[in-house]
Design a protein around this ligand. Structure first.
Ligand code: ARG
Length: 446
């Protein structure tokens, strides 16, 4: 039996098939439910322009709904000998409904099918990434508020520099996530456009109603130019990867800090025992493996945009099979980033802070600038004050005044966490997740 959508009258060399299908049977499982949603919208549109009967539409929709439920239950498989998710869905429809199942491919190509699948998948996954990022953001700011009055050393060149605080440290990573969220939203909005109807990349002679499928799938707009719609393959994934890499960059810095500050030589934070792992040889060890793995995984995620860029590098306009390979690094990345974000949020919510860090005299010199500023404010020229404090430190007679007063915006005494919260909330509200979800629900309900 011919299982290839494009198979005609000669046998396909099995080695060629193995090589060209590659890991698609595994990768396309990520896309299955979105492939079904895309087909639902497409056939409704086909009926509206007279390419399907009403009765046929009803039967096809019911069958697609059944396949969607199978995907939800984790029961959807791509059978041996079937190339990809698009072929599998069509095969299932044809098995149950005969020739009617073959009609649904009018006016489309697997090129716009995989594009729409990817965009619907991205939309769903970016919502989850945004939520997980928001979760970590909330934990970081809660800790920042809780420890706003606890000082810690600030470093430049990894040398003790000036007073900082746990309020600043936790809050800085939170504000970084608020900026990352802007990237994520830009990627979301560029992905949230309908490529369906671009077919193989040049449109169709059928009078397709692209506005209709755009509305049915809850996209913000269509990718208007069909050639550009196809150009979106690779570009969309790369944009999303850049946004994910931005979040990963924040995570890896947080993870590095946490590992370092948890070490006995710093002792600024303590990970609760249940969040650490032991050593097979050294009985005393409580290692911060979770943060180390978050660091490595987020560093790996930061390579994702480069990987995608290189796979699609120097491709001219139009579809190429090269683009299939992007799925192998791109699709699994969402699960990894979500996992890292959730683990980081869990540990940050339980991390303990050493409120007595500054009891160690080693940190006394970091108050030097406070003293210089105090003398300068009292009238001594800054250079003289600088010299006096320097000499006192050399002579071992410097006594720090730990009652520091930093009052300007964003400083130890005025963290402006509410402004950071408002910034994040404003960005979150701008995604428009509800519209997409509402459209998908409606599409599935009738
Ligand atoms: N598996 C293919 C991909 O991911 C689907 C599109 C196939 N199109 C084609 N012209 N061979 O790109």
């Amino acid at each position: 039996m011919a299982n290839k959508l494009w198979e005609k009258d000669f046998a396909i060399n099995s080695e060629i098939e193995r090589f060209t299908v590659g890991r698609d049977r595994e990768m396309d499982i990520y896309l299955a439910r979105y492939d079904v949603l895309g087909s639902m919208a497409h056939i409704k549109m086909l009926e509206s322009i007279g390419l399907l009967e009403k009765a046929e539409l009803a039967e096809l929709l019911a069958e697609l709904r059944r396949i969607y439920d199978l995907c939800e239950r984790g029961g959807f498989v791509i059978e041996d000998g079937v190339e990809d998710v698009h072929s599998q869905v069509e095969l299932m429809l044809t098995r149950r409904l005969g020739d009617m199942g073959k009609k649904i491919h009018s006016g489309r190509s697997r090129n716009d099918q995989v594009l729409v699948d990817l965009k619907l998948f991205i939309r769903h996954e970016l919502k989850e990434i945004a939520m997980a990022t928001g979760g970590l953001f909330d934990e970081l700011l809660a800790k920042s508020d809780e420890y706003k009055n606890v000082l810690m050393p600030g470093y430049t060149h990894l040398q003790v520099a000036m007073p900082s605080s746990f309020g600043l440290w936790f809050g800085a990573h939170a504000e970084s996530l608020a900026d990352d969220m802007l990237f994520l939203q830009a990627a979301y909005r560029m992905a949230n456009r309908n490529p369906l109807g671009s077919a193989a990349g040049y449109g169709s002679s059928f009078p397709l109603n692209r506005t209709m499928t755009t509305e049915l799938l809850g996209f913000d707009s269509m990718d208007y130019n069909v050639v550009y719609a196809q150009m979106g393959r690779g570009k969309t994934e790369r944009n999303v990867a850049f946004a994910m890499a931005s979040i990963a960059g924040t995570l890896s810095k947080l993870a590095y800090d946490a590992c370092m500050f948890n070490s006995q030589n710093f002792g600024f934070v303590r990970l609760p025992r249940e969040c650490t792992t032991g050593s097979s040889i050294m009985p005393h060890k409580k290692n911060p493996d979770v943060f180390e793995l978050i660091r490595a995984k987020s560093n790996k995620l930061q390579a994702l945009p480069q990987q995608i860029t290189l796979i699609m590098n120097n491709l001219p306009t139009g579809y190429f099979r090269d683009l299939q390979i992007i799925k192998e690094t791109f699709l699994p990345a969402f699960g990894e980033l979500k996992d890292c974000l959730r683990m980081a949020a869990y540990i940050i919510s339980r991390i303990e802070v050493n409120e007595g860090v500054l009891d160690d005299k080693m940190y006394d010199p970091m108050f030097s600038v406070e003293e210089v500023n105090r003398l300068a404010a009292a009238g001594m020229p800054f250079r003289d004050a600088y010299k006096k404090v320097g000499l006192d430190i050399e002579a071992g007679t410097f006594v720090p005044d730990r009652n520091i007063r930093h009052t300007h915006e964003g400083s130890i005494g005025n963290l402006m966490n509410d402004s950071i919260r408002a910034m994040m909330a404003g960005t979150m509200a701008g995604f428009g997740f509800d519209k997409a979800e509402e459209a998908e629900r409606t599409l599935l309900s009738r």
